[in-house]
Design a protein around this ligand. Sequence first.
Ligand SMILES: Cc1cc2nc3c(=O)[nH]c(=O)nc-3n(C[C@H](O)[C@H](O)[C@H](O)COP(=O)(O)OP(=O)(O)OC[C@H]3O[C@@H](n4cnc5c(N)ncnc54)[C@H](O)[C@@H]3O)c2cc1C
Ligand code: FES
Ligand code: FES
Length: 1452
Amino acid sequence: MPCPSRSDELVFFVNGRKVIERNADPEVTLLSFLRKNLRLTGTKYACGRGGCGACTVMVSKRDPTSQEIRHFSVTACLVPICSLYGAAVTTVEGVGSIKTRLHPVQERIAKSHGTQCGFCTPGMVMSMYTLLRNHPQPSEEQLLEALAGNLCRCTGYRPILASGKTFCLESNGCQQKGTGKCCLDLGENDSSSLGRKSDICTELFVKEEFQPLDPTQELIFPPELLRMAEDPEKRTLTFHGERVTWISPGTFKDLLELKAKHPEAPLILGNTSLGPAMRSKGHFHPILLSPARISELNVVSKTNDGLTIGAGCSLAHVKDILAERVSELPEEKTQTYRALLKHLKSLASQQIQNMASLGGHIISRHSYSDLNPILAVGNATLNLTSEEGTRRIPLSEHFLAGLASADLKPEEILESVYIPHSQKWEFVSAFRQAQCQQNALPDVNAGMRVLFKEGTDIIEDLSITYGGVGAATVSAHKSCQQLLGRQWDELMLDEACRRLLDEVSLPGWAPGGRVEFKRTLVVSFFFKFYLQVLQELKKLIKPFPNSRHYPEISDRFLSALEDFPGTVPQGVRRYQSVDSHQPLQDPVGRPIMHLSGLKHATGEAEFCDDIPMVDKELHMALVTSTSAYAKIVSIDLSKALEIPGVVDVITAKDIPGTNGTEDDKLLAVDEVLCVGQIICAVVAETDVQAKRAIEKIKITYEELEPIIFTIEDAIKHNSFLCPEKKLEQGNIEEAFEKVDQIVEGEVHVGGQEHFYMETQRVLVIPKTEDKELDIYVSTQDPAHVQKTVSSTLNIPINRITCHVKRVGGGFGGKIGRPAVFGAIAAVGALKTGHPIRLVLDREDDMLITGGRHPLFGKYKVGFMNNGRIKALDIECFINGGCTLDDSELVTEFLILKLENAYKIRNLRFRGRACLTNLPSNTAFRGFGFPQGTLVTESCITAVAAKCGLPPEKIREKNMYRTVDKTIYKQAFNPESLIRCWNECLDTSSFNNRRMQVEEFNKKNYWKKRGIAVIPMKFSVGFAATSYHQAAALVHIYTDGSVLVTHGGNELGQGIHTKMLQVASRELKIPMSYLHICETSTATVPNTIATAASIGADTNGRAVQNACQILLKRLEPIIKKNPEGTWEEWIEAAFEQRISLSATGYFRGYKAFMDWEKGEGDPFPYYVYGAACSEVEIDCLTGAHKKIRTDIIMDACCSLNPAIDIGQIEGAFIQGMGLYTTEELKYSPEGVLYSRGPDEYKIPTISDVPEEFNVSLLPSSHTPLTIYSSKGLGESGMFLGSSVFFAITDAVAAARKERDIAEDFTVKSPATPEWVRMACADRFTDMPEKRPENDSLLNSAPTHEHPGRPQPSGFNFRRRGRVWEGEWVEGSVRKGLGTDVSNFLGTGGGPGEGRRMKPDQISRLDSGVGAAAPAARSRGGCPGRNAGRGVPRGSTDGGSGRGRPSSSPVRPG
Ligand SMILES: Cc1cc2nc3c(=O)[nH]c(=O)nc-3n(C[C@H](O)[C@H](O)[C@H](O)COP(=O)(O)OP(=O)(O)OC[C@H]3O[C@@H](n4cnc5c(N)ncnc54)[C@H](O)[C@@H]3O)c2cc1C
Ligand code: FES
Ligand code: FES
């Protein structure tokens, strides 16, 4: 089949408009085409890997079989445009617009407050819109499923779901787990003021105002495409790109001919496997064969003995086919289909399932494949076709292992897959455990099938296959063979487990590491299967008269069988309504929608990279270090400069001014300090050229020593960034002498990636005159960008204007870093004279920019037997990374905030920031508080355990009660703290539920529940008065419209909305008169970073001041004409030459801290709160579900309850991520592995607690702030720890029952791995031979058996009055490869500190060891750089992905 040299025309439709692309490039994705070619920028780039849903669009096609139009959501970043021939694409712009007509989905998501930064919103809209196109009245479960692949880092998802629910079939109240009660019915026991108050509102939007959904208004499928589909083109279509040719045959015959001609060319279906591999692994295929138009690959046929599914069917279609078969056939025949359906529920997102094909899934043979293990045990066969004919091969272990003899020949294609029915006496099950329930690749999965001799429990056939435990899906064939003929009993179970562990060996290596966990899952899954089958057998065998008698399995053990079903979250939000006398027009205190809400929802809100291409614009890509600590020996740019389109490479030599600071360079010179440090930057005509060029830059390094990654190593090498920070009160040593008991312990808290949805980006436009520059940048601190660019270019600040329209999420990560990117791009702009656009890929963003500091804390607490704490000594170390950045300030804040809500007379808090060879960690929501306070709260839990009291009693006993002074002698009144705590206990019915949890735990052995309530005293603001100043500029124009500008940046937190609420109240005009266009250094100079929860407070005061000045000027006019209109007054003022422009200024809250004396008034005020969470854990897998969370927060008089509740919910969910799923993984060489949503798991919509209630404390006031409001941006973060402590409560219950020490190392995040291994049982210790008669079902755990391997953990020993915590290394079992589960100093992990093999993955956060003298310091320390590197050999490396440094020192 000749391949024409000219490209065919690619025809498809976008939003009803025909697109004819004459030079379609197969490497161009739909996302890039929409954004760059069609200028439809509503569809966003956030990950480029199909993992976040920000780029979701709807594709419609006519199904050739059913003749129906199918609508499905896809992630545009993985869709090659060439795959769209004959398709209709709908983007957010095609759904509706502010200019024409809003779609109900857009209207409702905005009005339900489902948007904050708005970067995820178009994707959310498109997922919901597609759902409604297919199901105009979906169920809540369908809604949850549709949104599971869309990440949002701001809202916490609850309001997004609320908007979607308005389309759902009416649900029956909130269905509180079958109680028949609604959470709005506050019950007789609810004595809280929230329950009694009549001025409490529970609605944040008025559903009745929403326009109805009218399906007849939707865009129709283009008639031209319909005609094309009715008479399909049979000709082969070819699209030639720059490097790749796409061939799409029209007939099956042509496809086979092409495959014979190009056997090396892959078939491209969903591109969900090929695409990511081409993007991140550098796979390259010059020819791609697309069988999209071959209907033979979509044939489905049902026979009496099985089901044949075409290889081209999408996984979503496979789901429908299987569901249909399950509904048609008797249960015994559908065992395999049910197992497949179970995994299809959690396999990837709806978008990926719509794109991915069954054939692509099978042929990709990913080791984590969720379907292959089930298809293998289900005896599926593959129907292969080539020009030579057809043949069948089994989907066997050999095929899965890629053995040539069992594989496809290069010229063959997979036509279809045959899956036989199961039969009577046959059972098939599927198991899966991932970091989180939904949208996460599995750690381990399994398919298991057993067939019994009819009427018996004798095993006739057995197959077990595991995924995630090796390079390919692994079959335990040998073990299964050895068990044939055995009875299904405990002896078999015991033997099977040991054989499985022998056969499925993970000798020190497994994809993703976690070897011990994976081994435990291997047997835990089999145990679940054993129980499941036992239950079924009992039902089947009963009628047989001579059948074996089965021992009854006690109900307690049956809890092993239940999975956690996905549940649609419910809940209620309560806030105090405004005073009934407040004028209707006054918006303060009302739940006003985010100003940009509707624009977010229509895609019309412009983010930095949505700014249209400017004339002569060039693109920049960064070259980063691949070495953690090395001398740069040489940089060879020659090959990169040869690449067509490459204009220049910017190095440190090109910087005309200062290159950052001595310790924190913008571009590396001579030396690199971490993997990811920026060395140079390529400037090219396109981003693709720039990215290709960076791969060609050759950098030679000479490695230096010592390389330090962990806190443990930093302490050993005395490697610190700044001096110790210390606070002390009372006499701690004396107090320890007088207490009844003392406990010592350690706490490890991992780092956190900001994962703002909009990666770092900047556009620098040089002007022709006077060296002026316009900089459009996504930042929380434009003044800092401006200042850094000024010093880098050596031009005055007044030539540089920074513009911030809106930021797609910051969370502290866009305070310091944007200045680095802005400055490097500005150097490029100056050197080339062209505008420069720099947009970081998600991988680069995660690699280069640091995040939250990991923390290692040691505590010693002395207390009386009644739980009263008399002395507390905490020492914390944070991992600061390779430059100072904010680490000194984070240490200070950490120490200041460690006491949380507790009054302890004798205290000593010490903190140090470690200098390591990791990217510099920086500001992150909460600024040290979420890590540090976990140490304090863990200490409370340890005291409770020792006193035999519940932790809440210890909390209550030690909480501040009356007006008092903190450790730094700042006076405060804890009244609201106590109120929040009591309200939280009341509204959550804590005491009753504590009893219910205990009852549940008594009745269930394999599932445990835990409950925890946590108080919070969170200090707001910066510890310096000058950081609290703010300014605003308000112009009134002659038509009466008002332009407000202030120094705060819109990060999604709704600051602009709040500012207009303030201006509206002050000027007494409706908000519709007011406008904010951007934050700019030209209108308000010398601004402070929008951070520390204080932005709305301080800028609000400045706006208020400006408005009051203006109103004062207008007063005489108003007095003269009191009945006049606003417009008339303004006109008159203009006539009378009264200035209609005013600057407002707020000098700042007084704040200072004297570290010498350990005294000060560092914080303007505190936010108080409390949260109660309940969870259930699966002790066999480590999974957990969040049953309920109740939050009470003291917002005083909220400026905008919708926004404030949104901040609380969003921060809480982000905190929950920190403490449960978000885990950074590094190689032993310090390379961050977790660089995208597939490896780094932020919470998804399925992680929201099943019941989630948030209330603002009523009748609370503060005289200090604007309208008595409070800043709530950060505080909710720490309340996420209530989930963590509920999990540890459940783990403690499991350990208690198993008679294991209730104390264990506190390590955050509490991942499934940690939970599973902490719930130590027989399966965690399986390889050890157990004594006879030791039943797996009914017995106590084995830890008391001598010689049994111990799980690693922190054990307490009592010496007199002193409990000493000691890390006990789990005894190493032969072949277990415990070294792989090492944490490189994550601390607390098994095998801490051991060296890993290069391909093993570790979590590098903290750790501790004995201090050693060789000082190495940077930043504020004496003897800076004392430990400069010693050469230790030379390596030759290409460019890498790295991270810069430098930034101001301020909290975020
Ligand atoms: C964000 C994301 C999340 C994911 N999550 C999961 C998950 O949780 N669990 C899981 O199991 N998987 C997951 N996956 C993987 C996904 O299931 C596979 O990528 C997908 O099934 C591959 O199908 P495809 O049609 O996209 O294949 P493509 O990428 O189009 O092709 C893949 C390979 O299959 C070959 N091929 C395709 N069809 C044929 C055929 N008919 N004959 C011969 N060769 C063929 C191609 O030549 C190519 O080599 C995820 C993927 C992504 C992107
Ligand atoms: S950008 Fe496409 S899924 Fe994230
Ligand atoms: S609103 Fe969802 S990511 Fe910001």
